[in-house]
Design a protein around this ligand. Structure first.
Ligand SMILES: Nc1ncnc2c1ncn2[C@@H]1O[C@H](COP(=O)(O)OP(=O)(O)OP(=O)(O)O)[C@@H](O)[C@H]1O
Length: 910
């Protein structure tokens, strides 16, 4: 399998390894196996291929050279050699391993298709029982080596040539789309390696193949159509439901194939590919689909966004590709019920206000996913053909792609549960950073991908998570193996056949540790001492957990003080809450008081980012957010509250800041401070903190200098900045150090202006840097979550194209995903985020395909502060992620902030 090129450009036989699907047993067998276990077709017989135990041993040894094959596996292999690891050929002359033996399938009478019953995974899946996991594990062991088969494709599909690693991804994806049990997978290549274009190629080629097979054989067409309806809808309950809904105008009646006992069955319209992505990259997908597809093979693309979007599923089905956002999916697709959702529900119930608001609230959604039938309330999944589904749920997709799939990493969120509810033939996740916080993140992807047996939280924990807790080394090995069967991941440091998969200019990461000024240090020390004594008091009383929110707040204040002392003092942008002033005046006093209580800084946590909120606001439904975080949900006419299970409509008029509420309650504007002259110097708005100074020096030096090589030394040598950890070179972070095109680079050095992106997680910090930029001659643009999509798009375009604009201020929350900003050659990270992958994503806006010049990254921290401990926590998280992907053998573990993490952050190593 793996090393043979897959050529789809010639006849269909040359690439279709599953040519004869009319033979029931064989098709069942082949479709049950991971690609690496699928037998080759050599004339009329199958070869055993690479199922040999010696090869499993070999690949294990290659992957874990230091450890050898563990006893457990060795025993297993010996056992397998005895009775399992041999296969029948088509004529039954060789014995087939037990796990791969075809199981009993339901009668073919129900499924009148030439493709055979094996195509109907819903019925077949249950039959695997105890063997499921073992099958996956075996398959994964075979896949320990990266796949190498490359797909070739005819000219005239794409406007650019795919790179080698992209052709490999394409071949792998074509194979994965043939699996029935888990059709699709997870493309987890590093950011900027071209996942988007690989997906576009897949869409194009499958479309080509589909139209080829349509023209070749009309009966095949029918088989394919039925194939799209291969899961739950075929079961009896769903059928009954369909019968009840037959009158619905949303449904199309498609005649059943002739041998069925029923002649008419309602079907959803069969639609093409749905791409779900964050709003900020919607236009980028659209651009890529236009630019990277050859004029002769244009795809019909629909952006399904905005209040005027179609309500007609038949209309949706006309397009090859539909682009939409996670927010719309959360709103339109019924959520899968889970066995594990209780905790969040409890958290919601703690908020006494929610039900009060909801009772009389006219804004409550009447339709779509928010309205639950009696069945749904009892825990039975709503049928997607219910008329209260949104349009996205009224079609059956050929393929659903979740771009930036880490958006659903929290499996309890409504968006994650909605994504798991799609009806689709194939499902794909795209993300360069699939694990951000903990192994738990994976569950949500497995559930979406229908990767049995890990689709319930209980089995995910018992089969994957708990083994890691018991024995991290073995547990991670198993996880790695399980991931290998559904995930393809290459980093910028991956080599294929001894060659780097991509040659990008060098990326150099510098950790720069600046010093506080004396006044800043005094301010910080006082804050730290107060926080520490408070933390100790909680620890002594055994109430750390109960005071979690307040502890996070104390941490936030310390982190913000490292950026600028003023940041932690709750300075708000003037625009927040302005649009809700009128609404506030109409609310009863009791309600205003209740809303104020929700904004209590000692208990408030943003429902989106789970940090204490910056520029805290509370919605009419009683949920607290950072203003920037909730702004993402205030864009269209139909935006709903992103809090768990809340479906209230949101708009600017129902988002309240503390100042707005307070001024209505007390009749005056609130001021945090007295007259400006009374404030200490470090709390004056015009004060340039050490970090702001350091950032400005880097910008001045980088954007003005024509000598790229000398700028770094100038910075490091400055009096109040030193590089203590030294350089984390490109090698240490896994990037490639050679140049693709020396001419392009030298041209770029001399001609293109040097530009920089400055990231902060706090818009308040961006405001403060902006003040300094306004006093300089550097021209800048800004992108944060409070801006409209078109304003963001304009800012990115101007930064990329206008030579005069050399600085981009970006919010880490809004600007770290998807965007191409290769005009920048310097990235400045003003502050540290809990998990380092968020920073990696930000850096890769500049360090990606298309970049022709070396990229320098400056991570700014302040010496002897909480930031040093966050760096240590980040290291732990990196180890955890590397362990899961088999990139590291240390077997480290990582979690959300635990009590131990908190203790470490406040008190260091004891
Ligand atoms: N084969 C190719 N030929 C030309 N340009 C390419 C090719 N592959 C990728 N690119 C360009 O490289 C850039 C990065 O690709 P893309 O956005 O697809 O990466 P990605 O892996 O999806 O990144 P992210 O994870 O950040 O979304 C894009 O501008 C894309 O157009």
């Amino acid at each position: 399998m793996a090393n043979e090129p897959i050529d789809i450009s010639s006849s269909s036989e040359s690439w279709d390894l599953e040519a004869d699907e009319s033979i029931v047993d064989d098709s069942v067998l082949k479709r049950s196996l991971a690609p690496s276990l699928k037998p080759h077709v050599h004339g009329s017989t199958y070869s055993i291929g690479n199922l040999g135990s010696s090869q499993i041993r070999e690949s294990y040894a290659r992957s874990y050279p230091a450890q050898g094959v563990p006893n457990q596996l060795e025993n297993q292999l010996e056992k397998d050699c005895d009775d399992d690891l041999v296969m029948y050929d088509k004529n039954g002359s060789l014995p087939m391993p037990k796990p791969f033996m075809p199981r009993t399938y339901p009668s073919t009478a129900q499924h009148s298709s030439s493709a055979g019953p094996g195509l109907h995974s819903g019925a077949g899946k249950e039959q695997y029982g105890e063997y499921d996991e073992r099958l996956i594990y075996q398959a994964a062991l075979q896949d320990l080596n990266q796949p190498k088969a490359e797909a070739t494709y005819p000219d005239g599909l794409l406007s650019v040539s795919l790179l080698k690693h992209q052709r490999i991804a394409l071949s792998w994806m074509l194979q994965k789309e043939k699996s029935v049990c888990c059709s699709g997978g997870f493309l987890a290549d590093d950011q900027g390696l071209g996942k988007t274009i690989s997906m576009i190629a897949l869409i194009q080629i499958q479309k080509l193949l589909q139209s080829k097979s349509k023209s070749e054989d009309v009966s095949d067409k029918r088989a394919e159509a039925l194939n799209l309806d291969d899961d739950e809808e075929n079961d009896a309950n769903a059928f009954e439901k369909c019968k009840q809904d037959e009158d619905s105008h949303d449904l199309i009646l498609i005649p059943e194939a002739s041998t069925s006992s029923r002649n008419i069955q309602p079907k959803r319209p069969q639609a093409g590919t749905l791409v779900v992505c964050p709003a900020s990259v919607l236009r980028q997908w659209d651009r890529e689909l236009k630019e990277k597809v050859d004029d002769k093979a244009k795809l019909r693309v629909l952006i399904y966004h905005g209040s005027n979007r179609t309500k007609d599923p038949v209309e949706l089905a006309k397009y090859d590709v539909v682009l939409t956002t996670y927010a719309i999916v959360a709103n339109e697709v019924p959520q899968t019920s889970g066995d594990d959702e209780d905790q969040n529900k409890k958290n919601m119930e703690n908020s006494g206000l929610i039900s009060d608001f909801s009772c009389n609230n006219k804004r409550k959604r009447k339709t779509h996913a928010g309205k639950k039938s009696k069945k749904a309330k009892k825990g039975i999944e709503i049928s997607c053909i219910d008329s209260d589904c949104g349009t996205l749920a009224k079609v059956r997709w050929l393929r659903v792609i979740l771009d930036e799939a880490q958006t659903i990493k929290n499996h309890r969120t409504q968006v994650a549960r909605a994504c798991a509810g799609f009806k689709a033939k194939s499902r794909w996740c795209l993300s360069g950073t699939p694990i951000q916080n903990s192994i738990d993140d994976l569950f949500s992807y497995f559930r979406f991908l229908k990767y049995d047996p890990y689709t319930t939280y209980k089995s995910f924990c018992s089969k994957l998570k708990n083994p890691i807790s018991r024995d991290s080394v073995q547990g991670y090995k198993k996880l790695y193996a399980v991931l290998s069967a559904v995930m393809l991941r290459r980093t910028k440091g991956t080599f294929i056949d001894g060659e780097p998969i991509i040659r990008l200019p060098r990326k150099t990461i510098n950790l720069i540790q600046a010093e506080f000024s004396e006044e800043e240090r005094d301010f910080y020390k006082e804050l730290e001492a107060n926080s520490l004594s408070q933390f100790k008091a909680y620890a002594a009383a055994g109430t750390l957990n109960q005071n979690y929110a307040n502890i996070l707040l104390m941490l936030l204040r310390l982190r913000q003080a490292c950026d600028h002392p003023l940041l932690g003092m709750g300075v708000k942008s003037d625009s927040i809450g302005r649009d809700s002033v009128q609404m506030v005046k109409n609310l009863p006093r009791d309600m205003l008081i209740n809303l104020m209580k929700h904004l209590d800084p000692f208990s408030a946590i943003c429902c989106v980012c789970n940090d204490p909120p910056e520029d805290a606001v509370v919605t009419m439904c009683g949920h607290v957010f950072c203003y920037q975080c909730v702004s993402e949900y205030l864009r269209g006419d139909e935006n709903t509250c992103p809090s768990y299970e809340c479906k209230e409509l949101l708009g600017h008029d129902v988002v309240f800041s503390k100042d707005t509420l307070r001024s209505c309650l007390h009749g005056n504007d609130h001021h945090d401070f007295g007259p400006s002259s009374e404030k200490p110097l470090v709390l004056q708005k015009g004060y340039r903190s050490s970090k702001v100074k350091a950032a400005m020096e880097i910008l001045q030096s980088h954007c003005k200098s024509n000598n790229a090589c000398s700028q770094l030394h100038n910075i490091v040598g400055h009096s109040d900045i030193s590089s203590s950890r030294g350089k984390e070179t490109a090698e240490s972070v896994g990037s490639i150090v050679e140049f693709t095109n020396t001419k392009a680079c030298s041209d770029a050095h001399t001609e293109a202006p040097k530009k920089a992106i400055v990231f902060s997680q706090w818009t308040g910090m961006l405001d403060l840097v902006e003040i300094s930029l306004n006093h300089s001659d550097l021209r800048y643009r800004r992108l944060d979550g409070t801006m409209t999509l078109s304003a963001r798009d304009k800012a990115v375009k101007e930064f990329n194209n206008d030579p005069e604009v050399t600085v981009m201020l970006m919010s880490l929350k809004a600007g770290n995903l998807g965007l191409n900003m290769v005009a920048a050659t310097h990235v400045v990270l003003l502050d540290l985020w809990w998990n380092p992958t968020t920073e990696d994503q930000a850096i890769d806006r500049a360090h990606r395909i298309g970049q022709t010049r070396p990229v320098t990254v400056s991570r700014l921290t302040i010496k002897n502060t909480i930031e040093e401990r966050i760096l240590a926590l980040q290291d732990d998280k990196r180890k955890m992620v590397a362990s899961a992907f088999g990139e590291d053998q240390s077997g480290g573990s990582g979690n959300r902030l635990t009590v131990e993490d908190l203790r470490f952050l406040f008190m260091g190593k004891q």
